[in-house]
Design a protein. Structure first.
Length: 338
């Protein structure tokens, strides 16, 4: 369980006022009081979205403030949910909570073994995986189709249960945070440490890929009548892996743009779409802008792990681009350490 971690992790205080997503406007905003918010955004809302000051005050600001209150309570509520689920939830497929090498594609195990072998190099690894969109994203098989099916069944069973649930973030309203459901200790921690870090160490040394010491892991679900697509964003992560675990859908391809440090979300000239393949994982730098096209039929499930390196982010918070102001948290927080 994430709340029983022995090391203490923190969040940066910017979490409480920055990067609040307004889905109707596909806009991320920050909030430090009504006056500042109005000064900062009134012209954007009136000119770009024909929203007048009254609506800004009556609807948008209250929504933003409610989101901030929710973030303030996040740790406490998460802990309550974790404990309630641990005591009351009876899984459908108990076995999916423990990482079993039989869930993994042999090619994935081979790739990881290569990365762990003496003298392994990035060039050697690149001959075993597929280069995808520009900007150093790569794909490779990860989970067997049988495991994906079991996992989706388990998560649908959990979703249909009366257990308390939280959603991954303001952009995904139908996913699930897997740490809360009890996946960390026996599945997600060993998966990250034993399998993903060896790969990231070679691919992303500049992102401290060899010292990704925490994560935030969740599934996203897209379905007609629910969330369809994902606006362009970057992750609060050094390295992200995105594995397709449910493939009965059309559309939903991913696209990748520039790095967040470059300031704009525009697509590079050589961009191409990434098509999901069941059981296949795509790794990319978290700070590369990306998004997902709408699905046009079916239901899409992906397992996403945002991996963080305290060593790197302790120096610079990727969300506010400043030295982080640390605040207490539970579990992995946002991956900062004292
Ligand atoms: O829709 C997807 O598969 C991408 C999800 C994603 O980028 C995220 O949740 O950070
Ligand atoms: Fe993302």
């Amino acid at each position: 369980m994430s709340h029983l971690k022995t090391k203490k992790f923190y969040v940066c205080s910017c979490f409480f006022y920055k990067n609040i997503f307004l889905k109707d406007y596909a806009l991320h905003v920050e909030y430090e009081g009504d006056d500042k918010f109005i000064a900062q955004y009134e012209s954007v809302f009136t000119q770009k979205y024909s929203v007048n000051l009254e609506k800004l005050k009556q609807e948008i600001i209250p929504f933003v403030r409610a989101e901030i209150d929710k973030r303030r309570d996040r740790g406490k509520l998460c802990l309550e949910r974790c404990m309630y689920i641990e005591q009351n939830y009876k899984p459908l497929h108990t076995q999916v909570y423990t990482l079993d090498p039989r869930f993994l594609e042999p090619a994935f195990i081979q790739i990881v073994n290569y990365c762990k072998s003496a003298g392994s190099t990035k060039e050697g690894l690149l001959s075993l995986i597929k280069k995808e969109a520009p900007g150093r994203s790569y794909s490779f098989p990860v989970f067997t189709n049988e495991f994906c099916k079991l996992l989706v069944e388990e998560l649908e069973y959990f979703e249909a249960s009366p257990m308390p649930k939280d959603r991954p973030n303001t952009m995904n309203n139908f996913g699930l945070l897997l740490s809360e459901v009890g996946f960390d200790l026996r599945f997600m921690d060993p998966w990250r440490i034993e399998y993903l870090v060896p790969i990231s160490r070679l691919l992303y040394p500049d992102c401290c890929g060899g010292s990704l010491d925490s994560h935030r892991v969740f599934i996203v679900r897209y379905k007609l009548g629910e969330d369809l697509d994902l606006a362009t964003h970057f992750d609060n992560a050094e390295v992200t892996i995105n594995v397709s675990i449910g493939d009965v859908f059309e559309g939903g391809d991913l696209y990748f743009g520039r790095m967040s440090q470059d300031g704009t979300a525009g697509l590079p000239k050589d961009y191409k779409w990434y098509k999901h393949i069941n059981g296949t994982g795509l790794v990319h730098r978290g700070l590369q802008f990306h998004g997902a096209a709408p699905i046009t039929s079916g239901t899409r499930y992906n397992l996403i792990m945002w991996m963080r390196s305290s060593q790197l982010r302790n120096k610079l918070c990727p969300m506010c681009n400043s030295a982080p102001q640390l605040e207490e948290s539970i579990g992995y927080g946002d991956g900062f350490m004292l």
